[in-house]
Design a protein around this ligand. Sequence first.
Ligand SMILES: Cc1cc2nc3c(=O)[nH]c(=O)nc-3n(C[C@H](O)[C@H](O)[C@H](O)COP(=O)(O)OP(=O)(O)OC[C@H]3O[C@@H](n4cnc5c(N)ncnc54)[C@H](O)[C@@H]3O)c2cc1C
Length: 420
Amino acid sequence: MKKYDVIIIGAGAAGLMAAGAAAQAGAHVALFEKMQQTGRKIGISGKGRCNLSNSAELPEFIQHFGKNGKFLRQAFSRFFSKELVELVESLGADVTLERGGRFFPTSGKALDIVEALNFWIKGTGVEVYRSAPVRKILVSDERIYGVKIADGEELSCSRVVIATGGLSYPKTGSTGDGFSFSEELGHTVVPPRPALVPLTSKDSFIPEISGLDLRNVQAQLLVDNKKVASHFGEISFTTFGVAGPIGIGLSGQAIDALHKKQSVQIHIDLKPALDYQKLDARLIRDLTTNYKDTIKTILRGLLPQKLIALCLHDCQIAPQTAAGTFPAAMRKKIVHWLKNFTVTINGHRSYDEAIITAGGVSLKEVSPKTMGSKKITGLYFAGEVLDLNADTGGYNLQAAFSTGWLAGKSAASFAKSDHS
Ligand SMILES: Cc1cc2nc3c(=O)[nH]c(=O)nc-3n(C[C@H](O)[C@H](O)[C@H](O)COP(=O)(O)OP(=O)(O)OC[C@H]3O[C@@H](n4cnc5c(N)ncnc54)[C@H](O)[C@@H]3O)c2cc1C
């Protein structure tokens, strides 16, 4: 029977980091990846550019994970953005800081990060098994003693790190195996659900405005008519609903509300730089200056083409109404519409399009100091398999790298104590 100190299951961001960290600490490490290639999800992250971390300071960084963020404090204190950037740069992948504190590889290629990490783990002596799914974690008397792989072979080890990711983008290999392993071993899994995912709407106008991208708008999420979140930036309309940074950014709270059978709407202020009065003054000026035009023509200066017909339809104004005789009441209606363009949300897209999985192994049963299980001796967790998820900006990958690093180091030091 092959024997290792530490076996890592899953070669994504968390598993690659855990493997390198454990091997660097002197452990004999095997890394099992069920896909043919390691780091498939890193390779497609950040639209193929990999936003690997963020320059936010620790207190702000943690806030991006909501109430579970404090669990990450110790992992981040040991291995944070500075250490990550230093590591990948030492491996030849230079990193650049971009708008919003986002770190990207200077080459603009996510695959350079994967290559750097593969190079690193090779140098540290990790034995990598590709196309090699782990089927079972072997435990006796609440202690790890090995894993069973696909062909039935058993391998011996006293430490296992589960770094199998969540359920999002299953084509990259993340199909929820870690949730089943954890439940089989007595861990609680907070029900997984897609997050950072496009939202769907049955509003009749959605197909008409599909393909539209709105920039510099202010969007509010309304749950049962109460404002619960506000985002500024870009929203995109698709054939089924809303996407883009605002659409996916609001998805977590929207999905939670939909599960509670609450009503969900997105109110979009299309002209956030102008308050009602200024916007009304602007419209008066446009109508007066161009008094021979129709309202349809005048709105071209204020709205993208795809929204003009919708605006006039909603406000019940004939497109050919002349600017010169435009009634004040109609003008007020248009101003109100421009400040409150509303989309009703009725659902969300599947895991196939979800950037991250919310839910996962309950943090109550994992030590934040070591990432070790509080139930099974020798079991560790890292990355998205844990009940952690943040918004976009490089936070999720940093969490995977940091928890991976800590799990790898902890597993290695406990494994060494087995030998002494
Ligand atoms: C399209 C997209 C873009 C993203 N962009 C960004 C971004 O720019 N910045 C950011 O911070 N985050 C981004 N994310 C999120 C981020 O990529 C993930 O949170 C992170 O990669 C999770 O890492 P992980 O190692 O925990 O899991 P994964 O990357 O999912 O890795 C898990 C690995 O385990 C393997 N595995 C599963 N089961 C088994 C098994 N039984 N045996 C062996 N191997 C197994 C899988 O094949 C997989 O390789 C993005 C996500 C997506 C989908």
